[in-house]
Ligand binder design. Structure first.
Ligand code: Q9C
Ligand code: ZN
Length: 673
């Protein structure tokens, strides 16, 4: 199951024909540089090429009015003067004799992508298109957009394939107000957008881009706006919003298809966004969405105006869609104050609609609005001063390092008699065991010094970890007699290297090496139903859930809002994932967890399972190979006790772990409890 890439040079064949400073950034090279970068990095060749088509009138009318379509249809025949005049009735957009043709191709490209994914021709894909779409409205062009490509695709997908729920993630730095208006009262399409807002000072300066526009009537709760009230937002700010808003809600919503308004003006260097997130953050944003909807994800280009930044971001996105492990997420130092205020505002505005946010703190609306007025004045002063100096200096950032994918994806250490699944390699060091190591293992871990099977298994395990450290193997799975011993053994080995950090995730109540967390080289998170005394160590985190791991909603909430956030901030070089036979964790959740955790440590995940668990080898290996996990179904509200326990834990830990924060200190918005 591959990745579709849709691109057609024809969409480079229109441009601005007159002087207009607001439109001059939207150039044909946006598409050529993106495509050339994909070719240069060998990514285009690995994709399935899918041709564009023209969207039909019927397709376009799914979203736009007949009058508007008829008006746009006339533009190819207009003189320059007519085009200028026609353009004037809309905001921040330009027309060209060939733009109608390109706009039909852009919308058609989105539909071709939906068809390729929905018919199973590919798993996911990206369409590189111009003009973009998310600002265009039922009867108006706007913000460089003519037809609303993604909105049309969502309606088309619902109609043609009978989909019940579509998620639209708009990570472009502008608010896709056209998409919002289209689905405002529609609970079958969940629209999420973050955008530069600056308390309504930034284009398109709409009151309805704020977090309190949550959708209307039946659609209430299905429109999520995250306003950025400052420029300079970084990777931590973006990831915080994913961990504490988008992912919990998306998992609860359980979409049949994910569409991404993939604008890259939210990356560093972009003159419009003025944000500071690095291009490789898109590897993570993509990865984190890739296990929703059984992996059915369609990314459609929107904005992105710094040609180098844009091309890098497009490559990161496509390479991740292809299944290559994401680079280590560096410098996650927690969200800034302003991002926390937004996070808090969004979560409280949506707490009545989503059970995963029910526990979010309420904020008296008066608090925020007075704050807004005060801030507005500050912002005005600042932008005036900064304006002149800023435009001259160019932002610089290092080119994302080439993502080298290990020659072998998944290796398994299995006892004799257990078959190795397809596409994986059975791994053993039995031909060449290092005698020094064997002795060490015998001394430290084995009661019965002559247990050669156990010795071979542990030696193989260590050899496998070493291959992962050298990036010769991406990930692995071992069926072992004693998971506790294997865990201990791996942790001890890995921590012996100076720079290594190991994240150990234990699902179920095995004996864990909790004493190895003192030096910070191991972060241990254990899920079980065993109440344990309150921990004081930053690196040993027992998570106690009432029904252990059998409550899918509670576990998912903990995995997204707690474990992922901790894992990203810790930035391990290896993830060890352990499950005990009695954990109670359903297979679908296990596969989701395995998939999500591969965003860490460049995908270096080692799964340890107890010997008896042969039945899980196939599905676990499938997740390690990068296959999408099955959906969890729409999630219900977790038990109140669990929610409260998780909140208490998050609250206690957020002093040490900044990515766990969801409220700004000093906003009067402390959590309930
Ligand atoms: N600072 C998209 O990214 N406003 N459209 C320009 C000048 C227009 C952006 C204002 C921005 C439109 C798809
Ligand atoms: Zn944009």
């Amino acid at each position: 199951m591959g990745t579709a890439l849709i691109y057609d040079e024809e969409m480079t064949k229109y441009k601005l024909l007159w002087v207009d400073p607001t439109c001059k950034i939207e150039v044909p090279q946006r598409l050529t540089v993106s495509h050339e970068a994909l070719v240069k990095n060998g990514l285009a060749d690995r994709c399935v090429p899918v041709p564009v088509r023209e969207a039909t009138d019927a397709d376009i009318l799914l979203v736009h009015s007949e009058e508007y379509l008829e008006a746009v249809k006339k533009t190819p025949y207009m003189t320059l003067e007519d085009l200028k005049e026609f353009t004037l009735q809309y905001g921040d957009v330009y027309f060209h004799p060939n733009i109608y043709h390109c706009a039909k191709l852009a919308a058609g490209a989105a539909l071709q992508l939906v068809d390729s994914v929905m018919t199973g021709k590919v798993r996911n894909g990206m369409a590189l298109v111009r003009p973009p779409g998310h600002h265009s409205m039922r009867s108006a062009a706007n913000g460089f957009c003519v037809f609303n490509n993604v909105a049309i695709a969502a309606r088309y997908a619902k109609q043609k394939y009978g989909l019940k729920r579509v998620l639209i993630v708009d990570w472009d730095v502008h608010h896709g107000q056209g998409v919002q208006y289209c689905f405002e009262d529609d609970p079958s399409v969940l629209y999420f957008s973050w955008h530069r807002y600056e308390h309504q000072k930034f284009w398109p300066q709409l009151r309805e881009s704020d977090y309190d526009s949550v959708g209307k009537d039946k659609g209430a709760g299905f429109n999520i706006n995250v306003p950025w009230n400052k420029v300079g937002m970084k990777n931590s700010d973006y990831l915080s919003v994913f961990f504490h808003i988008l992912l919990p809600v998306a998992y609860e919503f359980c979409p049949d298809l994910v569409l991404v308004c993939a604008g890259f003006d939210s990356a560093i260097g972009d003159p419009e966004g003025e944000m500071c997130a690095s291009p490789d953050i898109f590897a993570h944003l993509t990865h984190l969405l890739m296990n929703l909807a059984g992996g059915k994800l369609c990314a459609v280009l929107e904005g992105g105006y710094h040609l180098t930044s844009l091309a890098q971001s497009v490559c990161q996105t496509v390479q991740t869609l292809l299944g290559d492990p994401a680079p280590r997420p560096a410098n996650l130092d927690g969200p800034c104050q302003s991002a926390l205020e937004s996070l808090h505002g969004v979560r409280s505005a949506h707490r009545q609609y989503w059970s995963c946010l029910k526990h979010a703190a309420e904020t008296p609306p008066s608090d925020i609005s007075t704050k807004r007025i005060k801030l507005e004045e500050e912002v005005e002063e600042k932008t005036e001063k900064a304006g002149e100096e800023k435009s001259a200096e160019e932002e610089v950032w290092p080119e994302p390092p080439k993502r080298v994918t290990p020659p072998l994806r998944t290796a398994l250490v299995l006892p004799n008699g257990v078959a190795c699944p397809d596409r994986c390699k059975r791994f053993s060091c039995s031909d060449d065991p290092d005698p020094v190591r064997v002795n060490k293992l015998r001394e430290h871990f084995l009661k019965d010094a002559d247990d050669t099977d156990a010795l071979t298994a542990l030696s193989s395990l260590i050899a496998l970890v070493e291959k992962m450290e050298k990036n010769e193997i991406c990930n692995g799975l071992a069926l072992v007699r004693d998971v506790s011993m294997a865990m201990m053994c791996v942790v001890q080995h890995a921590a012996s290297a100076l720079s290594n950090r190991v994240l150990v995730v234990c699902v179920g109540d095995a004996v864990v090496p909790s004493h190895s967390t003192e030096d910070g080289k191991t972060l241990l998170v254990q899920f079980s139903n065993k109440e344990s005394e309150e921990q004081t160590c930053k690196y040993y985190i027992p998570v106690c859930l009432k029904k252990g791991c059998s409550d899918v909603s509670a576990f998912t909430q903990a995995a997204l809002g707690l474990l992922l956030a901790l894992g990203y901030e810790y930035d391990p070089s290896l993830v060890v994932l352990v499950r005990t036979p009695d954990s109670g964790l359903p297979d679908s959740v296990w596969r989701q967890l395995t998939g999500l955790l591969q965003g860490l440590a460049q995908g270096h995940t080692l799964v340890l399972l107890q010997e008896g668990e042969k039945a899980c080898v196939g599905s676990t290996a499938s997740s390690l190979l990068g296959d999408a996990a099955p959906s969890l179904g729409q999630l219900h509200a977790p038990q109140m006790e669990d929610v409260e326990a998780l909140e208490r834990l998050r609250h206690r830990l957020q002093a040490h772990w900044k990515l766990l924060q969801t409220t700004a200190p000093g906003t009067g918005g402390g959590d309930k409890h």
